[in-house]
Write a protein that binds this ligand. Structure first.
Ligand SMILES: NC(=O)c1ccc[n+]([C@@H]2O[C@H](COP(=O)([O-])OP(=O)(O)OC[C@H]3O[C@@H](n4cnc5c(N)ncnc54)[C@H](O)[C@@H]3O)[C@@H](O)[C@H]2O)c1
Length: 366
């Protein structure tokens, strides 16, 4: 049986690779989508210096976890004022990249509600128009720079949407570890754990393939080895680079598999209990490892490449790793009692991402 791996994103990796935006945008008008601190960190000036007059529009108030409440106004202003831009550069964490993915998908009416209705219908659609995207992550976590996925939140209605179209694959990803040196410890931890979760979720996944496995195993090894050291030495460029590469490898892995149960659980934990994404999708990893183990010999073999042959030891190692980063690993640590935890896991297994989990069919909560 042949198994396909496909990823169309051109990747540029390395210190100072930010400058690639010059050659990637020749003769184009460009819009920049970035996070509020980017200006004080000098990032907007650096992009301006590289692009000169090509930089025609800037969105710099992207908030964490792009929410329909903020996106509607942003989207409509963007299509009115930046309609002439050919390319959007997303410079920031997953929130800036996912915001940019929503902005580049043009509706017939130019209204955001039309996009939201299409997303709510859950069917594939061809946008009326689209812009080209260059993604430049400033956190090492989401892998959004090499995936077509964008997570759009509707916190008022306790919902989230997943946007993914052919045009939401970035044309290019620029991974410049120097841009990550200013990420504070808490965000370094939560984003690094997001990357770990992507890699593990791509392994216990019905869509896994040998190429995604290769990226995933390598990413997990890097995160386990580097993240605790990086947390003690946030200015270490070599460790930042290894984490940036790990996040990209994890992104490549799940770009072909999507995520699975731990992410499905995380959406409830973020919407109902306010947990940051990276913690919400990683605190259950030891538990989900237990549910995955023994389901499929081929998957066990891949997990054992990282964690060795004994489940108890593997779970203990993962728990200790998370505790060493001050991340607690029980639902009760987050104010969720056993009944609610069971409900959350049961509900998560029925969600689109939950169904990707290899143990979904035969899970004890069914
Ligand atoms: N598209 C995907 O495949 C995918 C995958 C995982 C997560 N996500 C989404 O990504 C979002 C989370 O992204 P994130 O974890 O990267 O965090 P984020 O983008 O929300 O950023 C977190 C904080 O870090 C700050 N920040 C970013 N870069 C910085 C830097 N270099 N220096 C100092 N501060 C900096 C931001 O201003 C923000 O306050 C969520 O909405 C999540 O749902 C998407």
């Amino acid at each position: 049986m042949s198994q396909k791996f496909h990823n169309p994103v051109a990747t540029f990796f390395g210190n100072d690779s930010l400058k690639e935006i010059r050659t990637l945008t020749e003769n184009q008008h460009v819009a920049l989508v970035t996070f509020p601190e980017a200006r004080s960190l000098g990032l907007i000036d650096r992009v301006q210096a590289l692009l000169g007059d090509r930089l025609a529009y800037i969105v710099e108030d992207v908030q964490p976890n792009p929410d329909v409440a903020q996106l509607a106004g942003l989207y409509e202003r963007f299509w009115q004022q930046a309609g002439h831009c050919h390319t959007v550069i997303a410079l920031g964490g997953g929130s800036a990249i996912d915001t940019a993915k929503a902005l580049i998908v043009g509706t017939q009416s130019g209204r955001f509600n039309e996009l939201l209705e299409l997303l709510a219908a859950g069917q594939a659609f061809t946008p009326a128009q689209a812009k080209s995207l260059i993604a430049i992550p400033t956190t090492a976590g989401t892998g959004s720079e090499v995936t077509p996925w964008a997570t759009i939140w509707d916190s008022a209605n306790l919902k989230k949407y997943s946007l993914h179209l052919e045009c939401t694959w970035p044309k290019a990803a620029i991974i410049d570890p120097q841009l990550m040196l200013t990420v504070p410890r808490g965000i370094t931890v939560s984003t690094g754990l997001d990357a770990l979760s992507h890699a593990m979720e791509s392994i216990w996944n019905v869509n896994a393939n040998p190429v995604s496995d290769t990226f995933a195993v390598s990413a997990i090894g890097d995160v386990l080895a580097c993240l605790p050291a990086l947390c003690k030495d946030l200015g270490n460029l070599e460790l930042r680079a290894r984490m940036a590469l790990a996040a990209m490898k994890a992104g490549l892995a799940f770009s072909n598999t999507k995520t699975a149960l731990a992410h499905s659980i995380s959406y409830e934990m973020t919407l109902r209990h306010g947990l940051p994404h990276g913690i919400a999708c990683s605190f259950t990893l030891p538990m989900v490892l237990g549910l995955a183990w023994g389901r499929d010999p081929a998957r066990d073999q891949v997990l054992q490449q990282v964690f060795g042959p004994d489940l108890g030891t593997a779970q203990q190692r993962l728990r200790q790793f998370l505790h060493s980063l001050d991340v607690k690993t029980d639902f009760s640590d987050y104010g969720v009692d056993a009944n609610e935890a069971e409900q959350i896991v049961g509900y998560a297994l029925l969600g689109a991402r939950g169904k990707n989990f290899i143990g979904a069919e035969r899970s004890p909560v069914h």
